[in-house]
Design a protein around this ligand. Structure first.
Ligand code: NAD
Ligand SMILES: NCCCC=O
Ligand code: NA
Length: 504
């Protein structure tokens, strides 16, 4: 794999189509989690910058070059962005890897998804033109009603660090397709590629203010965006505690929010699986992909007792075979977690599990061959009790906990024994059983005989404390549209509700 010798571009905030220094001129360090070195810095915005960006977004909506565009015109911008992202794929993947720590090939595949997502929402933007005005049949001839779908307005988009440019795209592409003007606040732990999206928007000539990108800390930049009175909606992806703060702040202004939060998703494995190695690989991928930092990670393995011992033996062999290395190295399959804070949090959850009586069957420590970087071995924990923290709390690291079951009823009960409801997976040859589990799982996503594959056409989101609202597919476009009822009186007759003065 040829990796270009990258330098982190030094950027300012992207506001009103140009690079602009934050009002307070502060910057935050960028840390490569594989080396723990500072590799650059990003601007730190505050409430003053938020206000400037929101005003720029509002102006964009009032100008013809953005506010009066058709879906077809916006589609051209989205396709131009997709083409530029594709052109810059190698460098964007490298920037993502040194900022986030995910293996380069995973980062490159995320960039492919980014391209596909912008193209997909370009198609939906075009299709919107024929759907933006629809007639609603009434029971009266004296009225005619139609419904307009129009851009919701200025939207605030707040994203996490685990799929930096992809999570940004899941929000930016549908928001622009709908015709909104957006202010994006990416995670302070991985903002580089979102800033590069600003440069791409500049290069393709996206009208000024249609997308503004403010990097910075959650409480300094995210919070004023949520509380800004001229922001019409907040779309948020991140942790549960931050989601609660955002929902509380938005409630003060009756501002709509969509929340994509954490998870503790189950993977139920039955003893009728036709091939143990295939099942074992999905189990690993379901939990250890993206260094275990996936909201929907199936981090609770619920395995039928009749094959548990054989399955765990094979799982151990596969786990030992995972290449842990600098994520820029070829064939790396597990890189570091995002930050020192996350590293310490994951190790603490593992040690608490041990103290509570669980068995660390494999891993649980820094890999011996890597002295620097926030690396944690893929970890498998058995003898888990449902009262333990490791069973209940999202780890967001490469940690799988295991419980066995005897009956279907027991498996369902264990699967749903969580406050979260994002994903759930079942591996079984019996498709009728898979159907029963699909109905019984309390989740927004179900995987059958796999775990984690994620496409841009179907809806994505959770229930319970994993949040509400759906991203991706046509569902996401609806998040950014106002539905306006227009009713016209078409009769020549007077309304005749009041007595006419002429008849007095
Ligand atoms: N459901 C999903 O689709 C999905 C996808 C990816 C990640 N996640 C979840 O995200 C979490 C990990 O991401 P994270 O650590 O970046 O989450 P986080 O909640 O710490 O931060 C997310 C974003 O919110 C901002 N923020 C923090 N405090 C804020 C405040 N008071 N007001 C406004 N914004 C604020 C942060 O700066 C960041 O941009 C995990 O829980 C994971 O499960 C969910
Ligand atoms: N594959 C994308 C998953 C997004 C959530 O973390
Ligand atoms: Na980083």
């Amino acid at each position: 794999m040829a990796i270009p010798n990258m330098r982190i571009p030094s950027r300012q905030l992207f506001i009103d189509g140009e690079w602009r220094e934050p009002v307070k001129k502060n910057r935050l360090p960028v840390i490569n989690p594989a080396t723990e070195e500072i590799i650059g810095d990003i601007p730190a915005s505050t409430a003053e910058d938020v206000d400037i960006a929101v005003k720029a977004a509002r102006r964009a909506l009032g100008r013809n070059d953005w506010g009066s565009t058709t879906g077809a015109q916006r589609a051209k911008y989205l396709r131009a962005i997709a083409a530029k992202v594709l052109e810059k794929r190698p460098e964007l993947a490298t920037l993502e890897t040194i900022d986030n720590g995910k293996p380069w090939f995973e980062a490159a595949s995320d960039i492919d998804d980014v391209v596909a997502c912008f193209e997909y929402y370009a198609d939906l933007a075009e299709a919107l033109d024929s759907k933006s005005k629809t007639e609603v049949k009434l029971h009266l001839d004296s009225f005619k009603t139609h419904v307009y779908k129009e851009p919701l307005g200025v939207v605030g988009l707040i994203t996490p660090w685990n799929y930096p440019l992809l999570m940004t795209t899941w929000k930016v592409a549908p928001a622009l397709a709908a015709g909104c003007a957006a202010v994006l606040k990416p995670s302070e732990l991985a903002s580089i590629t979102s800033l590069e999206l600003g440069e791409i928007c500049r290069e393709v000539g996206l009208p000024p203010g249609a997308l503004n990108i403010l990097t910075g800390l959650g409480h300094e930049a995210g919070s004023p965006l949520v509380s800004h009175p001229d922001v019409d909606k907040i779309a948020f992806t991140g942790s549960g505690p931050t989601g609660i703060k955002i929902m509380t702040a938005a409630a003060q202004l009756v501002k709509p929010v969509t929340l994509e939060l954490g998870g503790k998703s189950p993977l139920v494995v039955f003893d009728d699986i036709p091939n143990i190695d295939i099942a074992v690989e999905w189990t690993l991928f379901g939990c250890f992909w993206t260094n275990g930092q996936i909201c929907s990670a199936t981090s609770r393995l619920i395995i039928q007792d009749t094959i548990a011992s054989q399955f765990l033996d094979r799982l151990l062999e596969w786990t030992k075979n995972i290449k842990i290395s600098d994520p820029l190295e070829e064939d790396c399959k597990l890189g570091p977690v995002i930050s020192r804070g996350q590293y310490e949090k994951v190790l603490k959850l593992i040690s608490t599990a041990k103290n509570e009586g669980a068995t660390i069957l494999y891993g649980g420590e820094r890999p011996q061959h890597l002295k620097k970087g926030y690396y944690i071995q893929p970890t498998i924990i058995t003898d888990v009790d449902t009262s333990m923290e490791i069973w209940k709390e999202e780890v967001f690291g490469p940690v799988l906990c295991v419980k066995t079951f005897k009956t279907e009823e027991e498996a369902i009960e264990l699967a749903n024994d969580t406050k979260y409801g994002l994903g759930a997976a079942i591996l079984s040859k019996d498709l009728e059983r898979c159907e029963r589990f699909t109905k019984a799982f309390q989740s927004g996503i179900v995987w059958i005989n796999c775990s984690q594959p994620c496409f841009w056409q179907p809806p994505w989101g959770g229930k319970k404390r994993s949040g509400f609202g759906r991203e991706l597919g046509e569902w996401s476009l609806e998040n950014y549209l106002n539905i306006k009822q227009v009713t016209q009186y078409v009769s020549d007759e007077p309304w005749a509700f009041y007595k006419s003065p002429s008849k007095l």
